[in-house]
Write a protein that binds this ligand. Structure first.
Ligand code: GDP
Length: 216
């Protein structure tokens, strides 16, 4: 499996809907979470680049799908944070439509990293997001963020409870979870391994496709 250098990620563009996204080829991984769950910090930690996180927080870009390129065929995608109390209903519905469309139609989407504050995971909107991804048959990797805020025991219990929830819901083949702390740089390697798998498998697959033209 090829290791990817996440430090080389750079911002390319922001799209209001799937129609304005880059060409649907190669492999990409989306990052989602409630606002304040630690999504920007996680992307920042992964790529070791605080500028990327700032890019997505630029006013006017918070409701957009922000694209970061790792290579021509590999992208990280920062989805708009959800859970703002003050967002008008119309905007929420618009966001929901764009998001479900992106999850369903985007062929190159290989998985979603879903961030939840480890002190209160699996809130209503998180479960909704998770279910949309599952319905779209996208693998999800849950980051239980800010794990430094809990002592080791409670952090571990939270992880086990989330995993049990996934097993009980019979989605543990599609959904995995880990603890993560941007502050302590905890869990970065594990996250990278998941991403390497999602982003690299497809590169091999597309190489094969090139070698073996489709039979009609
Ligand atoms: P976003 O809205 O999901 O992009 O969240 P941010 O990355 O901006 O983080 C929200 C708040 O949580 C900020 O005040 C961060 O400093 C804080 N935060 C993010 N990650 C961590 C972490 O790993 N540990 C701690 N203690 N705080 C964090």
């Amino acid at each position: 499996m090829n290791n990817i250098n996440y430090r080389q990620a750079f911002y390319t563009l922001s799209a209001p809907s799937i129609r304005q996204c880059p060409a649907d080829s190669g492999a990409e991984v989306a990052f989602a979470g409630r606002s304040n769950a630690g999504k920007s910090s996680a992307i920042n930690t992964l790529t070791n680049n605080s500028k990327l996180a700032r890019t997505s927080k630029t006013p006017g870009r918070t409701q957009l799908i922000n694209f970061f390129e790792l290579s021509e065929q590999q992208r990280l995608v920062d989805l708009p944070g959800y859970g703002f109390a003050k967002v008008p209903l119309k905007m929420k519905q618009e966001w929901e439509r764009n998001l479900t469309e992106y999850l369903h139609d985007r062929q190159c989407l290989k998985g979603m990293v879903l961030m939840m504050d480890c002190r209160h995971p699996m809130q209503e909107l998180d479960v909704m997001m998770l279910n949309w991804a599952i319905e779209a048959e996208r693998p999800v990797h849950i980051l239980l963020t800010k794990s430094d805020k809990l002592k080791k025991g409670p952090a571990q219990s939270t992880l086990l409870a989330v995993r049990k929830h996934l097993k009980d819901a019979e989605v543990d083949d599609l959904v995995t979870a880990q603890l993560f702390s941007s502050l302590k740089k905890q869990g970065v390697e594990t996250l990278m391994q998941v991403l390497n798998g999602w982003l690299a498998v497809d590169i091999e697959a597309s190489d094969n496709e090139e070698m073996e033209p489709q039979k009609k």
